[in-house]
Design a protein around this ligand. Structure first.
Ligand code: COA
Length: 376
């Protein structure tokens, strides 16, 4: 029998050319390029091109890709009509999961799984999902939907559709950096989920829908909302010491810390920390940044020796808050970006597919007599 690995820790279950992680050294590269270089110099569109084509685009290639993406900014009208029928108190991640699934209903050939068809669907889903998230948020606020502006890039267009006014360059750039840093991350739980689903030769919509369901869990992408809840619970920077100590004593988890792969500071957390600090200064939210930093200082002293450091979700909470996003939109933001990684992995899976089918160790009894229901 192969050895049992709880949580599949240490099991190599796929090959990828998209992202490389060295959890000990705190390294993350997309197609060999350090995440810090992409965060400082790239755009989300260019990063998606890189992940899907395994090379940086020429200007002409980037222009063509951007044009294709913008041409697909509008979701099908039927999906927007569904948004109007949704309960206004529904949670955005549940709305998002349902609506990405619904996109398949408006595709003439949703099951097409050859690689060119999958690439086309990936582009359409990635391009239309910002409008879906923005429409749901406006629906629950009782506001009319804002049609996409095809003269705007992915990030600016999303913020425009959400808020009804064009974002500043600084906000657009900050949001773009969030999109770049969340785009792909090896075989994380939601990416694995997407690969497992497509390995049955199901369809791209099912794979993305399942991945969204995985992402929303508080141990995965839902942690960014948990971080914000925690920051809101803290009355002051000084309260951080006792708050963290109490949580650790109760064996509670501090959201935004710890990672299955990183045993040093997640490089995305470093990028987002710099961004969060700048944005907090610019938007009068230094209390949030200072509380976050105070938590990090206590955690560094108490649990860093166990390899528990800030992960991507820790400083993304302050960043999203400063961009003006509501708490329950934080995880949908992660999904907007990670659709790029999920679909890239699905395409890699389709290019060299083998059905995922691990085994279990059966630990129950054998040879049990069947007793008639009257005698149990
Ligand atoms: N706060 C406090 N303690 C933590 C912790 C955290 N955020 N994350 C891990 N630990 C501790 C566990 O309590 C456990 O301690 P023990 O050995 O004394 O029992 C030890 O570290 C190992 O935890 P384990 O759950 O086995 O690690 P994992 O690899 O399965 O977990 C996470 C990885 C991400 C699920 C975990 O770190 C976590 O729950 N983090 C908080 C949620 C989060 O931020 N998720 C986003 C990830 S990007």
């Amino acid at each position: 029998m192969p050895e049992f690995s709880k949580g599949l820790e240490g099991v190599v279950a796929a090959e990828t050319q998209m992202s490389f992680i060295d959890g000990q050294q705190g390294v993350l590269e997309y197609v060999g390029i350090a995440i810090g270089d992409l965060a400082s110099s790239s755009t989300f569109e260019e990063t998606v091109y890189l992940l899907w084509n395994k090379k940086l685009p020429t200007q002409a290639e980037l222009d063509a890709f951007t044009k294709d993406l913008r041409a697909n900014y509008d979701p099908p009208q039927g999906v927007l009509d569904m948004v109007k029928g949704m309960p206004k108190d529904a949670q955005p991640m549940h709305a998002l999961r349902s609506l990405v699934s619904a996109l398949s209903l408006f595709d003439d050939n949703p099951n097409a799984n050859d690689v060119p068809a999958a690439r086309e669907k990936a582009l359409k889903i990635l391009a239309a999902t910002p409008a879906i998230v923005a429409a749901f948020d406006r629906h629950r606020r009782g506001e009319a939907f804002v049609a996409p502006d095809k003269s705007l890039g992915f990030s600016a267009n999303f913020l425009y559709m959400l808020n009804g006014e064009k974002p500043t360059d600084a906000m657009t750039r900050a949001f773009d950096i969030c999109m770049i840093t969340h785009a792909d991350h090896g075989l994380n739980n939601s990416t694995f989920t997407a690969r497992v689903v497509i390995s049955t030769l199901s369809d791209l919509y099912s794979a993305m829908t399942a991945a969204i369901g995985s992402l929303r869990g508080p141990l995965h992408g839902g942690a960014n909302e948990g971080v914000m809840v925690m920051l809101n619970e803290l009355d002051s920077v000084e309260a951080a010491e006792k708050y963290v100590q109490d949580k650790l004593a109760n064996k509670d988890r501090i959201m935004g810390f710890g990672h299955r792969v990183y045993k040093s500071k997640d490089p995305r957390a470093s990028e987002l920390q710099t961004l969060a600090k700048q944005l907090a200064e610019d938007t009068g939210n230094m209390d949030l940044y200072d509380k976050s930093h105070a938590i990090e200082v206590v955690m560094e002293r108490e649990v860093a020796k166990k390899g528990i450091y800030p992960n991507v979700d820790f400083y993304s909470a302050t960043t999203y808050h400063c961009i003006g996003l509501k708490l329950d939109l934080f995880t949908p933001m992660f999904a907007l970006s990670r659709l790029a990684g999920w679909s890239g992995h699905v395409i890699e899976q389709l290019e060299d597919n083998r059905l995922f089918r691990p085994t279990t160790n059966y630990v129950g009894p054998h040879g049990v007599a069947y007793t008639d229901i009257a005698n149990r």
